[in-house]
Design a protein around this ligand. Structure first.
Ligand code: GLC
Length: 532
């Protein structure tokens, strides 16, 4: 058994893996994945070379937003398992050298949370101040123009008190009021509860959202088009309904708590913000979040100039010593083999080769490693309430949440024979773990080898990165002792000068006498020779 690497910053140069638990492996035949299913596949994740597993929400919830509407921050959703199962998962993962991160939702609770039940019982209730309440606008109607994630008013009216409460997502997800000290105290306890149990850290949901403008000023119209999901929420720029600077004080506080543990607990923010400077600001002076999701990278076009430009800007924006994060899929957006690759597997392979060789932390979403694509879910089978119009854009978010494709059998190896999966299967007959594991030329084996290379070359460190000059469609960079050449064009590309022995490539034979095939990448070890 492999022990944890002792490095206190274990996520540097590491690979994290997001398990959307409901879609991973169903061990009790109810059609939903569960924690026992995560335990059952730990050997697979260890084989893949994963250092840390981020579990999508595991806490009790009415599931209006599949766990992002929490009604008990100190428990486990009964449909997923028990606290004992989670303890066992943490211990079993540790035995294999892997750590477990949970998803923490501090921006809002379910309206089924006891805090909200108390708050709505009346203006004098103990928890009234935990939520954002406001009187109607002077002429009646919602207090201001803020919009929720479905494009409707973010305010819900409470007849009994004549006031509105704020919900930036669904009406059953009431925003917490971070101006209230009791909320801070409650979350400190929640952090400690899980850290004490051995949870290695949190992915922090809506990290940019916690504080709202104290005066509840209207959000201004956005200059960006309505489809620009980083700058615009249905035509408004969320500068008062979210993105308030006070959130930084929360993360400084949490960082202090995280640093009180050994190794320090990890805070990874869902920083859904437009500018890289704003993303970088969540690192503070190296005293806030250790890691932040890079949405400008995620939403970039799949071209060499776009991606390498964002990489350069990211490295320039982050404070010295801070670690960038490279991910391309998650449960809210189209999977990258579809979004970037259009189903062309060469592009998915190229993307994986680049993602795995950039300096910092690499985050895979389940199925990325076999190049799972979006699944067209017919309207009658859709399960996501939010994306009829909002967050997920065309096609909704269900398309990226289909069951993991373990094998070619009728239930994809996901659930019992005959059980109905909570979302329909994708192309598991053609694309699955079992077949790809056997096939040395598969995407899965490529991904496995890239992760192994990454760990060997720059595990425990943030590698040094230097872009090399070249034609616009060819992205060439040094990363520590390696040279990466990535051809983002549909034509062959000539590599300039000797590149050294090939260490890995996105496919067999993609480099032939200095010519790199279309949509292909290669990693070489130039040694001390000329590289450009
Ligand atoms: C985040 C989550 C998303 C959820 C929303 C509200 O964006 O990733 O799935 O719907 O927050 O919690």
């Amino acid at each position: 058994m492999e022990a944890h690497r002792s490095d206190a910053r274990w996520w540097h140069g590491a690979t994290l893996y997001q398990v959307y638990v409901r879609s991973w492996l169903d061990t009790d035949g109810d059609g939903y994945g569960d924690l026992a299913g995560v335990i059952a596949k730990l050997d697979y994740l260890a084989w893949l070379g994963v250092d840390g597993i981020w579990l999508s929400p595991t806490m009790p919830s009415p599931d209006d937003d599949w766990g992002y509407d929490v009604c008990d921050y100190l428990g486990v959703h009964p449909e997923l398992g028990t606290l004992d199962d989670l303890d066992r998962l943490i211990a079993e993962a540790a035995q294999r050298g892997m750590r477990i991160l949970l998803d923490l939702v501090p921006n809002h609770t379910s309206t089924a949370h006891p805090w909200f039940a108390d708050a709505i019982s009346g203006p004098d209730s103990a928890h009234r101040g935990f939520y954002v309440w406001a009187d109607p606008a002077p002429g009646g109607g919602p207090p201001n123009n803020w919009l929720d994630a479905t494009g409707h008013s973010a305010w819900a009216f409470d007849e009994a008190s004549g006031q509105y409460y704020l919900h930036n997502f669904l009406a059953s997800q009431a925003d917490l009021n971070w101006w209230e000290p009791g909320v801070h105290e409650a979350f400190r306890e929640i952090l400690r509860f899980w850290f004490d149990r051995g949870v290695a850290g949190f992915r922090i949901d809506v990290a940019h959202g916690l504080y709202k403008d104290a005066e509840l000023r209207d959000d201004p119209p956005s200059a960006a088009g309505a489809t620009d999901r980083l700058h615009s929420r249905f035509g408004l720029e969320p500068v008062y309904s979210a993105n308030r600077p006070q959130a930084h004080s929360v993360f400084r506080d949490w960082r202090t708590i995280a640093e009180g543990y050994s190794p320090p607990r990890l805070l990874l923010g869902e920083t859904w913000v437009a500018g890289l400077d704003r993303m970088a600001a969540f690192h503070g002076q190296g005293d806030e979040l250790q890691l932040t999701f890079n949405f400008p990278f995620i939403f970039a076009d799949f071209t060499a100039p776009a991606l390498r430009g964002i990489v350069a800007d990211t490295l320039a924006a982050l404070p010295a010593g801070e670690c960038p994060v490279w991910a391309a899929s998650n449960h809210d957006i189209s999977r990258f083999p579809s979004r970037w690759g259009g189903g062309d597997e060469r592009k998915a392979r190229l993307a994986l080769l680049v993602l795995a060789t950039l300096p910092g932390t690499f985050v895979l979403y389940y199925g990325d490693e076999i190049a799972m694509t979006d699944v067209d879910v017919p309207p009658a089978l859709r399960r996501d309430r939010m994306t009829s119009g909002g967050l997920g854009a065309a096609g909704g978010r269900d398309r990226a949440r289909s069951p993991m494709q373990w094998d070619a059998g009728p239930s994809a190896g996901f659930t019992a024979a005959g059980a109905v999966p909570w979302l329909p299967y994708g192309d598991h007959a053609a694309r699955n773990v079992a077949a790809q594991r056997e096939d040395p030329a598969s995407v899965l084996r490529l991904c496995h080898d890239l992760i192994a290379l990454r760990r060997a070359e720059f595990g425990g460190r943030i590698a040094g990165y230097r872009e090399l000059p070249g034609p616009p469609g060819l992205w060439t960079y040094r990363v520590d002792g390696l040279l990466v050449a990535a051809n983002f064009t549909g034509g062959p590309a000539a590599l300039d000068g000797p590149v050294g022995p090939v260490v890995a490539s996105s496919g067999h034979g993609v480099l032939d006498r200095g010519i790199l095939a279309p949509w292909a990448g290669v990693i070489t070890r130039p040694g001390s020779g000329r590289v450009s």
